[in-house]
Design a protein around this ligand. Structure first.
Ligand code: CUA
Length: 333
């Protein structure tokens, strides 16, 4: 069976598409916007370049062996070529790449020991992220599913888990690091420019592993300080009548047993802190846009959106009650 040239070109073009599509966008490791990510960036390009060079060399040698004059073919099948190209060269190339990789990684370990004046503790949950900042007065500020970073300032991330192993991966900021129960892994990160990027859990952690994402918001230092001061404060009072009604429903139905809304009697710690949930980039750990419709959908249908998550679906509300509850949550900015 023979394929025409057109088929070959089409196959090559098609197979390149997913690669090209993943080279840009909010979750690409190829658009580094953090000191750590910039440091490990050459590792990819070096490995890719060496891999390409080796592939080209092999293709050329195979072509020469198949179609070259007898003189070349004889030389290619000699012992020297087999031992040199088949054993010695791979050892040199792989040892070189391995050593280079270790040196790049070592630089990261040294950086992890550096002193920082800002720490964020992130805990992997099933399947979301608890994010705890140090507030302006040193008190812990509880948040979730989003990491805010001040540009140009090193921040220590303490990565933990109280269930299974997760892996924290914000590709534009740094490499992956596992979150292991009973252990704290640390990495020092520093955003280099204001930008919003996306991260994802990178270690299989159960059914909804693929639905465990987050956003990283890197902002100018002054803007970050203002944000943190606001985030440390209590929830705003509802302004609309509908939101006020929503707050009543929130307490009547015991939402506060699992969720905290600072400044109210809701003190639950099983689910994400909702004090300023309305100001986050996403809902359900990167799965939905953050608006009243999404809140309503999540409350009723969360087991379809994120199967087996710990929140039961609440289908008992009338349309009006649901809309009020969603309006209240959306108002928590
Ligand atoms: Cu958490 Cu995969």
């Amino acid at each position: 069976m023979r394929f025409g040239k057109g088929w070959v070109f089409r196959a090559i073009a098609l197979s390149a598409l997913p690669g090209i599509a993943s080279c840009s966008g909010v979750q690409s490791a190829l658009s580094p916007r953090g000191v750590e990510a910039l440091r490990i960036d050459p590792l990819f390009w070096t490995s890719a370049a060496v891999g390409l060079a080796v592939t080209l060399m092999v293709v050329i040698l195979v072509a020469a062996a198949l179609y070259g004059p007898p003189r070349w073919r004889e030389r290619l099948s000699g012992d020297r070529m087999l031992i040199g190209g088949g054993i010695v060269l791979p050892i040199i190339v792989l040892t070189g790449l391995f050593t280079y990789g270790l040196l790049v990684m070592q630089a990261g370990a040294v950086r992890g020991e550096q002193e920082t004046d800002a720490t964020v503790t992130i805990t992997g949950k099933l399947w979301w992220w608890e994010v705890v900042y140090e507030g302006p007065d040193g008190k812990a500020v509880l948040s979730a599913n989003e990491l805010r970073l001040p540009v140009g300032r090193p921040v220590r991330l303490r990565l933990e888990s109280d269930n299974v192993i997760h892996s924290f991966w914000a590709p534009q900021i740094a490499g992956k690091l596992d979150m292991i129960p009973g252990r704290t892994n640390e990495v020092v990160v520093e955003a280099t420019e204001p930008a919003v990027s996306r991260g994802q859990c990178a270690e299989y952690c159960g059914g909804a592993h693929a639905l465990m994402a987050f956003y990283v918001v890197a902002m100018a230092q002054a803007e970050y300080d203002a944000w943190l001061a606001r985030e440390a404060g209590p929830a705003v009072e509802p302004v609309s009548e509908e939101a006020a009604r929503g707050r009543e429903i929130f307490f009547e139905h015991g939402c506060g047993a699992c969720h905290q809304v600072r400044g109210t009697e809701a003190r639950g710690v099983i689910g994400p802190d909702l004090t300023h949930v309305g100001s986050r980039k996403s809902l359900a750990a990167g799965m939905m846009s953050n608006d009243a419709q999404a809140f309503a959908r999540w409350i009723v249908d969360n087991q379809h959106i994120k199967p087996e998550n710990k929140m039961p679906p609440f289908g008992q509300f009338s349309e009006e009650e649901l809309s009020a509850l969603a309006a209240y949550l959306d108002s928590l900015e």
